[in-house]
Design a protein around this ligand. Structure first.
Ligand SMILES: [Fe+2]
Ligand SMILES: [Fe+2]
Length: 147
Protein backbone atom coordinates (compact mmCIF):
# COMPACT_ATOMS: atom_id res chain seq x y z
CA UNK A 1 0.00 0.00 0.00
CA UNK A 2 1.24 3.47 -0.87
CA UNK A 3 2.65 5.59 1.96
CA UNK A 4 1.26 8.81 0.51
CA UNK A 5 -2.06 9.72 -1.03
CA UNK A 6 -2.66 10.21 -4.75
CA UNK A 7 -2.59 14.02 -4.50
CA UNK A 8 0.81 14.03 -2.80
CA UNK A 9 2.14 11.58 -5.37
CA UNK A 10 0.93 13.78 -8.25
CA UNK A 11 2.29 16.87 -6.54
CA UNK A 12 5.73 15.22 -6.30
CA UNK A 13 5.63 14.97 -10.10
CA UNK A 14 4.67 18.66 -10.29
CA UNK A 15 7.59 19.66 -8.07
CA UNK A 16 9.98 17.56 -10.12
CA UNK A 17 8.89 19.26 -13.36
CA UNK A 18 9.11 22.73 -11.78
CA UNK A 19 12.71 21.89 -10.77
CA UNK A 20 13.51 20.75 -14.31
CA UNK A 21 12.19 24.04 -15.71
CA UNK A 22 14.51 25.89 -13.29
CA UNK A 23 17.43 23.80 -14.53
CA UNK A 24 16.46 24.52 -18.13
CA UNK A 25 16.45 28.26 -17.46
CA UNK A 26 19.89 28.18 -15.87
CA UNK A 27 21.38 25.94 -18.60
CA UNK A 28 23.61 27.61 -21.19
CA UNK A 29 24.54 24.88 -23.64
CA UNK A 30 22.11 23.86 -26.35
CA UNK A 31 22.71 20.15 -25.89
CA UNK A 32 22.01 20.41 -22.16
CA UNK A 33 18.84 22.43 -22.83
CA UNK A 34 17.71 19.89 -25.41
CA UNK A 35 18.14 17.02 -22.94
CA UNK A 36 16.24 18.88 -20.22
CA UNK A 37 13.47 19.85 -22.66
CA UNK A 38 13.06 16.20 -23.66
CA UNK A 39 13.01 15.07 -20.06
CA UNK A 40 10.36 17.69 -19.20
CA UNK A 41 8.20 16.59 -22.14
CA UNK A 42 8.56 12.94 -21.18
CA UNK A 43 7.69 13.53 -17.52
CA UNK A 44 4.67 15.61 -18.53
CA UNK A 45 3.53 13.03 -21.05
CA UNK A 46 3.52 10.28 -18.42
CA UNK A 47 2.01 12.53 -15.75
CA UNK A 48 -0.90 13.80 -17.88
CA UNK A 49 -1.59 10.23 -19.01
CA UNK A 50 -1.88 8.77 -15.53
CA UNK A 51 -4.11 11.65 -14.52
CA UNK A 52 -6.38 11.20 -17.52
CA UNK A 53 -6.47 7.40 -17.28
CA UNK A 54 -6.78 7.02 -13.51
CA UNK A 55 -7.07 10.15 -11.37
CA UNK A 56 -9.54 12.26 -13.33
CA UNK A 57 -12.07 9.44 -13.88
CA UNK A 58 -11.95 8.56 -10.17
CA UNK A 59 -12.33 12.24 -9.24
CA UNK A 60 -15.20 12.67 -11.69
CA UNK A 61 -17.01 9.67 -10.23
CA UNK A 62 -16.48 10.58 -6.59
CA UNK A 63 -16.80 14.38 -6.72
CA UNK A 64 -18.82 14.95 -9.87
CA UNK A 65 -17.25 18.33 -10.72
CA UNK A 66 -17.47 17.78 -14.45
CA UNK A 67 -16.59 21.40 -15.36
CA UNK A 68 -13.34 21.19 -13.42
CA UNK A 69 -12.37 17.89 -15.09
CA UNK A 70 -13.11 19.34 -18.51
CA UNK A 71 -11.10 22.48 -17.78
CA UNK A 72 -8.19 20.30 -16.65
CA UNK A 73 -8.30 18.11 -19.76
CA UNK A 74 -8.41 21.26 -21.86
CA UNK A 75 -5.30 22.59 -20.09
CA UNK A 76 -3.57 19.25 -20.77
CA UNK A 77 -4.41 19.63 -24.46
CA UNK A 78 -2.85 23.09 -24.54
CA UNK A 79 0.27 21.71 -22.90
CA UNK A 80 0.39 18.78 -25.34
CA UNK A 81 0.32 21.14 -28.32
CA UNK A 82 3.38 22.94 -26.93
CA UNK A 83 5.08 19.62 -26.11
CA UNK A 84 4.57 18.45 -29.71
CA UNK A 85 6.29 21.62 -30.95
CA UNK A 86 9.22 21.12 -28.59
CA UNK A 87 9.61 17.45 -29.50
CA UNK A 88 9.59 18.26 -33.21
CA UNK A 89 12.35 20.87 -32.90
CA UNK A 90 16.00 19.92 -33.35
CA UNK A 91 17.16 22.97 -31.36
CA UNK A 92 16.00 24.17 -27.93
CA UNK A 93 13.09 26.61 -28.23
CA UNK A 94 13.32 28.98 -25.26
CA UNK A 95 10.12 30.85 -26.08
CA UNK A 96 8.03 27.68 -26.35
CA UNK A 97 9.61 26.33 -23.16
CA UNK A 98 8.61 29.50 -21.30
CA UNK A 99 5.07 29.24 -22.68
CA UNK A 100 4.93 25.62 -21.54
CA UNK A 101 6.25 26.55 -18.09
CA UNK A 102 3.55 29.24 -17.75
CA UNK A 103 0.83 26.82 -18.83
CA UNK A 104 2.05 24.12 -16.45
CA UNK A 105 2.40 26.46 -13.45
CA UNK A 106 -1.15 27.67 -14.01
CA UNK A 107 -2.47 24.12 -14.37
CA UNK A 108 -0.59 22.80 -11.34
CA UNK A 109 -2.02 25.64 -9.32
CA UNK A 110 -5.54 24.69 -10.41
CA UNK A 111 -4.97 21.08 -9.36
CA UNK A 112 -3.50 22.12 -6.02
CA UNK A 113 -6.08 24.76 -5.19
CA UNK A 114 -9.26 23.36 -6.74
CA UNK A 115 -8.99 19.66 -7.43
CA UNK A 116 -6.90 18.15 -4.64
CA UNK A 117 -8.84 19.80 -1.78
CA UNK A 118 -12.12 18.42 -3.20
CA UNK A 119 -10.57 14.98 -3.71
CA UNK A 120 -9.35 14.91 -0.11
CA UNK A 121 -12.78 15.84 1.18
CA UNK A 122 -14.59 13.16 -0.83
CA UNK A 123 -15.51 10.32 1.50
CA UNK A 124 -15.95 7.75 -1.27
CA UNK A 125 -12.49 8.17 -2.78
CA UNK A 126 -9.65 5.95 -1.55
CA UNK A 127 -6.65 8.15 -2.30
CA UNK A 128 -4.15 5.57 -1.05
CA UNK A 129 -5.45 2.84 -3.29
CA UNK A 130 -5.47 5.37 -6.13
CA UNK A 131 -1.83 6.21 -5.36
CA UNK A 132 -0.95 2.53 -5.85
CA UNK A 133 -2.68 2.48 -9.24
CA UNK A 134 -0.99 5.70 -10.34
CA UNK A 135 2.42 4.46 -9.23
CA UNK A 136 2.01 1.17 -11.04
CA UNK A 137 0.88 2.76 -14.29
CA UNK A 138 3.63 5.35 -14.10
CA UNK A 139 6.24 2.59 -13.75
CA UNK A 140 4.79 0.80 -16.79
CA UNK A 141 4.83 3.95 -18.93
CA UNK A 142 8.35 4.91 -17.82
CA UNK A 143 9.62 1.42 -18.68
CA UNK A 144 7.89 1.40 -22.08
CA UNK A 145 9.25 4.82 -23.06
CA UNK A 146 12.51 5.52 -21.26
CA UNK A 147 13.46 9.22 -21.39
FE1 LIG B 1 -0.95 17.19 -12.40
FE1 LIG C 1 -2.97 17.75 -14.81
Amino acid sequence: MAQQDACTLLDDDHNQVVRLFQQYKSAHQDNQKLLLARQICHELDVHTRIEEEIFYPAFRQAVGDEALVQESVHEHQEAKALIAKIEAASRPEDKVMLDLEDAILHHVNDEREKMFPQARKARNLDLFQLADQLQQRKAELMAAHPA
